[in-house]
Ligand binder design. Structure first.
Ligand code: SAH
Ligand code: SF4
Ligand code: F3S
Length: 469
């Protein structure tokens, strides 16, 4: 077993560099009120990385800009999980050339998963000579040092092959409103045959439980009542370091004063233990929702995907979950058009959707990723067929979503108010514990509070209610 204390390095070791950067910034009075804008792509994990990057930039003296046009520093935090995510980044970075020509003091950076693929990062860096710095997912904590060099006019390229230790203590500027994200682990060991994530995020590294719980307690003190625990496979939390398992971590988080809601993602079905199902059911602050990506309803495709479970096993889990908590809502991820997917395999996915009645599904057309084993599998499916399957699948899921929404009509539930509608301030929105979004009229001062709402009707992807008096 590892000694927890040896596995992480705190951010203090890089603080000296921060001071240098601040000095560099202060030498240029015009830079003192420099503003940054981060364009974030991809998953929750990346969104939370952007919060840390924002925290680092603020510790260097930068302030957040309202939009890209008013920023002195623009940073793209990229995703590469599917091809079109990559294309968008090249397009959006390229579009800044004109602005950089007009204003050479503009600083442009690109980071994140796509840049962790060294060949892609090199391609971008040479194709867009006006990009000032590029760094991968494993070098985020070096941002202040990089910036210092950039401010001296040196281009920077920092892509580390391996992740190194978990770095604790990075400042974070939370931008996601009433709910705060907390990493429990980084990386992924699963190597699903279609997926690039293990290559760009490295092997699983769990954070020390004490660090996680301290962070949650500090967030609770600052007024956050909902936390979202993040990891590519939270169910295997602790296994890499011989620490406490995820079920126990949940229990300890549940007991922190001030925390009223705990969500977590993502759960891999193969690692969803009975102990975790029990904890989820017994702990009052763990929400009535589980995101449980199934990817396909066909045993054959699940095996080719290297998912490590069968359709029957997945359906068995769903049964256990619903039995343990009849209020639970399930959401999922599905890929259509995986290499070799026959019409029959695809029908199996449709029938699984009908059987489970997911509350919502994130659906994707399979996108070949260089370096993954599925990219060279025989039987690649033509784009037109993938699209046809996706459209049919989405229509079916839409009907399922409506069906699950309808169960709520006439019920009363507790909503954590997240914000007001952009066009109508008096229209509030927020989620039930089960992750269903509810819209209802109310005063904007209620944002951040819990309200009891009566559900009157449904829309295609949300519920409509009124405050219960
Ligand atoms: N760790 C999470 C999800 C990570 S990526 C999990 O295991 O569920 C989010 C989703 O993107 C995946 O669940 C999958 O449905 C989808 N995805 C990943 N790689 C893909 C690819 N090459 N083509 C299409 N969809 C993909
Ligand atoms: Fe990708 Fe699979 Fe890991 Fe999820 S569990 S990040 S889909 S390899
Ligand atoms: Fe997330 Fe995309 Fe990276 S899904 S982990 S940002 S490749």
């Amino acid at each position: 077993m590892h000694n927890d204390k040896n596995l992480h390095r705190t951010y203090e070791t890089t603080l000296y560099a921060q001071a240098d950067t601040a000095q560099a910034l202060h030498m240029e009075p015009s830079e003192r009120a420099a503003r940054y804008y981060i364009v974030s792509y991809g998953c929750q994990m990346n969104a939370h990385d952007s919060e840390k990057i924002a925290g680092l930039l603020e510790s260097c003296g930068y302030q957040q800009a309202d939009n890209q046009d008013s920023a002195h520093l623009i940073l793209f935090n990229t995703c590469c999980v599917r091809e079109h995510a990559e294309k968008r980044v090249f397009g959006n970075v390229g579009a800044l050339k004109k602005r950089k020509d007009e204003d050479p003091s503009l600083i442009i950076g690109v980071c994140g998963c796509m840049m962790q693929q060294k060949d892609v990062a090199e391609r971008l860096f040479s194709r867009f000579p006006f990009v000032d710095f590029v760094f991968g997912t494993h070098s985020m904590h070096q941002l202040p040092q990089m910036l210092r060099h950039v401010l001296r006019g040196e281009r920077q390229f920092l892509v580390f092959e391996s992740p190194g230790e978990v770095i604790e203590g990075l400042p974070s500027k939370r931008m996601q409103g009433v709910s705060a994200s907390v990493n429990v682990m980084y990386g992924c060991n699963n190597y699903c045959s279609y997926c690039i994530v293990p290559y760009v995020r490295g092997r699983e590294r769990s954070r020390e439980s004490g660090m996680i719980l301290d962070e949650i307690a500090a967030l609770a003190k600052r007024g956050y009542t909902e936390i979202q625990l993040l990891g590519q496979n939270v169910n295997s939390y602790g296994k890499d370091r011989g620490g406490i398992p995820f079920a126990q971590l949940l229990q300890m988080a549940n007991d922190i004063d001030g925390i009223r809601r705990i969500r977590f993602m993502t759960s891999h079905p193969k690692d969803l233990s009975d102990a975790l199902i029990e904890s989820m059911t017994a702990l009052p602050h763990v929400c009535d929702h589980l995101h449980l990506p199934v990817q396909s309803g066909s045993d054959r495709i699940q095996a080719l995907m290297n998912r490590g479970y069968t359709r029957a096993y997945y359906l068995g889990l769903v049964e256990k979950l619903k039995k343990a908590n009849p209020h639970i809502e399930l959401t999922t991820d599905i890929i259509v058009g995986f290499p070799g997917e026959t019409d029959e395999d695809y029908r199996q996915t449709l029938s699984l959707i009908e059987e489970v009645e997911f509350s919502a599904a994130f659906t994707f057309m399979y996108s070949p990723r260089a370096g993954t084993s599925a990219a060279s599998m025989p039987g690649q499916i033509p784009a037109a067929l993938k699209k046809e399957r996706l459209l049919e699948l989405n229509a079916l899921q839409q009907r399922q979503t409506q069906k699950t929404n309808a169960h709520y009509i006439g019920t009363i539930g507790e909503v954590l108010v997240e914000g007001c509608d952009q066009r109508r301030e008096s229209l509030l929105y927020g989620k039930l514990s089960c992750f269903k979004m509810v819209y209802f009229p109310g005063d904007p001062s209620l944002v951040g509070t819990y309200q009891t709402v009566y559900i009157k009707s449904t829309k295609s992807n949300s519920l409509v209610g009124e405050l219960d008096k």
